[in-house]
Design a protein around this ligand. Structure first.
Ligand SMILES: [Zn+2]
Length: 130
């Protein structure tokens, strides 16, 4: 990967990390993001509950992304040669995919191979919260 692209990804990762850290673990407030839900009726209840579970998985997703962002920054600093290569098959990850998620470690193929059979594993646990 050329140095300017690497630098660009590095800056995006730093920005992402700052954003995630600045958001902290503030509880999600469903009403604020949806002004139309102000009029209270019985339909609001399940909606609020749904928003809350979305918020919980969002927090988990954010913690997950943060860990990957930090790992990607470490890869850029320690081993810039391998940044942008799939950690599984060592093929270059598509630039489009890297632009979208500079912290990805796997190419699309390996990601799908991993997600496929494992889909029922870790993700199922997200439903375990009360
Ligand atoms: Zn791969």
């Amino acid at each position: 990967m050329n140095p300017s692209a690497l630098q660009r990804h590095r800056e995006r990762l730093l920005t992402l990390r700052a954003e995630i850290l600045s958001e902290g673990d503030v509880p999600f407030e469903p009403t604020r993001s949806d002004p139309t839900a102000v009029g209270s009726n019985e339909d609001d209840q399940p909606l609020a509950e749904m928003s809350q579970s979305i918020a919980s998985s969002r927090n988990r997703a954010r913690a997950d992304v943060l860990a990957r962002v930090v790992a990607a920054l470490a890869r850029i600093d320690d081993d810039p040669e391998t940044f942008g290569l799939c950690t599984e098959c060592e093929e270059p990850i598509s630039p489009k995919r890297l632009d979208l998620m500079p912290y990805v470690e796997l190419c699309v193929e390996c990601q799908q191979a991993q997600d496929g059979p494992r889909d029922k594993g870790p993700r199922r646990h997200l439903r375990d919260f009360r």
